[in-house]
Design a protein around this ligand. Structure first.
Ligand code: ADP
Ligand code: MG
Length: 249
């Protein structure tokens, strides 16, 4: 049976701002199953990143329930939240968020620092992950010496550092041109085939269509009922050129 990896029930989020309470997320109900690629789509300001921050255990809901891998997030101690975040989740950001003074390899090693791996093992694993994303020739380049697409590949290798179950990507192609963005989305599809669960936030329908399922968020609410979203076949829609690129990665 497919397991629910994320289960959100009646979640609300509000922020206190200038003495007022701003209601940002309202009545969010959302389940994500193991091995799914879900896109959360919506216009700027609709609450996508706020929701991703809660799912990534960076922030807490104001009310409602959020279960991650069977744990009720609200009941976890800060230390347990940290542990779940580091061990089970990988984060990919729109602006890559790499450390500028560090090489690609050292950037990928950073999340492993929590795991107590020997330095030599960390280096080996970072190299392996950079090879996995097609960057074996860029191990010692610093972010400024890499193209946007290469930076995002480093970002993805870093997200995979601790072999997470879930990848959370907030506008991962937002700073890339269309072609480079597509290469990143191909990589996500491959990771999906390797068993990862992927949640991706985007404001762009062409990007969202790479997921298996799309939910739309507007003014802090999911507008289409979750059940009614269309499952879009992806693999078939690749052009033969894209297929070739994919296999050469
Ligand atoms: P999106 O990612 O869909 O563009 P966000 O989740 O970043 O939207 O933001 C949704 C709304 O919540 C915005 O109007 C934003 O100004 C507001 N918001 C986000 N974080 C905070 C905060 N810490 N305090 C007050 N308002 C916030
Ligand atoms: Mg955002």
């Amino acid at each position: 049976m497919v397991q629910k990896i994320i289960d959100i029930i009646d979640l609300q989020k509000s922020f206190k701002f200038s003495g007022n309470r701003l209601s940002i997320l309202r009545n969010i109900n959302l389940s994500v199953h193991t091995g799914e690629f879900l896109a959360i789509m919506g216009p700027s300001g609709s609450g996508k990143s706020t929701l991703m921050n809660i799912i990534g255990l960076m922030d807490r809901p104001s009310s409602g329930s959020y279960q991650l891998l069977g744990h009720e997030a609200g009941n976890l101690l800060e230390e347990e939240r940290c542990q779940l975040r580091n061990q089970k989740m990988g984060f990919v950001f729109q602006s890559f968020n790499l450390l500028p003074r560090f090489s690609a390899q050292r950037n990928v090693e950073i999340p492993m620092l929590y795991g107590g791996l020997a330095p030599v093992e960390r280096k080996r694993r970072a190299r392996e992950l950079l090879e996995r994303v097609g960057l074996s020739h860029r191990l010692h380049h610093r972010p400024i010496e890499l193209s946007g697409g290469e930076r995002q590949r480093v970002g993805i290798a870093r997200a995979l550092a601790n072999q997470p179950s879930v990848i959370l990507a907030d506008e991962p192609t937002g700073n890339l041109d269309q072609r480079t963005g597509r290469e990143i989305l191909h990589l996500f599809r491959e990771l999906l085939e390797e068993g990862k669960t992927i949640l991706m936030v985007t404001h762009d329908l062409d990007v969202a269509k790479w997921a298996d399922r799309i939910v739309t968020i507007q003014d802090g609410s999911i507008v289409a009922p979750e059940e009614s979203v269309v499952v879009i076949p992806k693999i078939e829609s690749r052009t033969s050129q894209e297929q070739q690129r994919l296999h050469s990665l």
